[in-house]
Design a protein around this ligand. Structure first.
Ligand SMILES: [Fe+2]
Length: 372
């Protein structure tokens, strides 16, 4: 019987972090840490010789060892060298316009599609791909999200692995028009899941379901990438409102397609961290930290949450009381409401969260479109 090759790092190396941490260090590009990045469009990038591009890793608290986030910059008019990953990768366009070409070695099928700010697409594992900036005056910035940290711990030589040809994607699903399917929802009832690999503008999306469990008259759309375990959701909620605090597992990367506001992150009983956001901001709620989103702008705010693998959903509902993972308005720290009033007052506006929502646990919000 053949034994697996032992390529694990020595014990002292393992103490320094996960294989993915050592991989990031070896790339020689900036690794940004903390709770949030206020603007991914301007965060510092550095030259990555192996990929022949400018890039940076974003290793926020709560992403470590679970999900990888990086930013790539493409100069005006430039095309990056072809690349192939052993894992699926979601890409969100932070800035600029361009083109992605995707193909699989040994197949004549080659697909190209154009994107713009706030487009989102997935590059499937094993497919070669190439990114171009099709404008002559402005750099492109892309945000990438994948599960490489998990895979690199489980399969130490994953970088040398090329997945087998994915016949299903080659024949029917590769960048076909996204389809809506109805699915069971964790909070009960049914939800639309959008199934596809290319979504032209996440800021213009208006086919949303109501999201009554989180309050604030908010809406949501769930996306399942075709042929992948990777998924995400995008929430919108009205100006001058805020959502209920909740918590779950690590590995989510939340990027803002539009709106102005802030989020508060805290571990139960500990100090609160305030995260300001606007288009291009990124933050990650650390594992089992409560987080709560506040819209202080004049328009509905949107946040796009890239999900970790389902193993990391981290909800307690299967073994405990789901209510322990969400704080209803009547139960929240009064400071939350006071801070919201102070932030709104800076632009001369006031909260639209009705008094009754702070008294009535079953308060029914009005929802824009969708189903309640
Ligand atoms: Fe969350």
């Amino acid at each position: 019987m053949t034994q697996p090759t032992a390529t694990a790092a020595p014990r002292e190396e393992r103490r320094k972090g996960f294989p993915h941490d050592r991989y990031m260090e070896s790339a020689g590009i900036p690794i940004h840490r903390g709770y949030y990045i206020e603007d991914l469009r301007t965060v510092e990038v550095g030259w990555w010789q192996a990929r022949e591009c400018h890039a940076a890793f974003i290793q926020l608290n709560g992403l470590e060892g679970v999900s990888e986030v990086r930013v790539t910059e493409i100069p005006p008019g430039a095309t990056l060298p072809p690349h192939r990953l052993p894992v699926d990768e979601a890409v969100y366009v932070l800035q600029g316009r361009g083109l992605t070409t995707v193909w699989q070695e040994g197949s004549s099928l080659k697909k190209s599609f154009e994107w713009q700010p706030r487009s989102m697409f997935m590059v499937p594992r094993g497919f070669s791909h190439q990114f171009s900036n099709t404008t002559g005056d402005r750099p492109v910035r892309l945000m990438h999200f994948n599960y490489l940290p998990i895979v690199m711990s489980a399969v130490l030589d994953i970088q040398q692995y090329t997945p087998p040809r994915n016949e299903a994607l080659l024949t029917t699903e590769l960048y076909a028009e996204a389809k809506a399917v109805v699915d069971e929802y964790a909070f009960g009832g049914q939800r639309h899941y959008w199934y596809g690999n290319f979504f032209p503008d996440m800021a213009a999306w208006d086919k949303l379901d109501a999201q009554p469990e989180r309050g604030a008259g908010g809406n949501v759309v769930f996306v399942q990438f075709a042929g992948s375990e990777m998924s995400c959701h995008m929430s919108t909620f009205p100006s001058r409102t805020y959502k209920k605090a909740h918590r779950h597992g690590p590995g989510r990367a939340i990027v803002i397609p539009g709106g102005t506001g802030y989020s508060i992150l805290w571990e139960e009983g500990k100090e609160k961290v305030v995260v300001p956001w606007h288009e291009g901001s990124l933050f990650t709620p650390p594992n089992k930290w409560f987080h709560q989103h506040f819209n202080v702008g004049a328009i509905p705010a949107r946040y796009l949450a890239m999900h970790p693998l389902p193993q990391f959903s981290g909800h307690a509902e299967k073994v405990e009381d789901r209510a322990r993972d969400q704080i209803e308005y009547p139960d929240e720290d009064p400071w939350i409401r006071e801070k919201f009033a102070v932030e709104l007052a800076k632009t001369g506006i006031t909260s639209l969260v009705p008094d009754q929502a702070y008294r009535d646990r079953d308060y029914q919000w009005a929802y824009m479109g969708g189903k309640g």
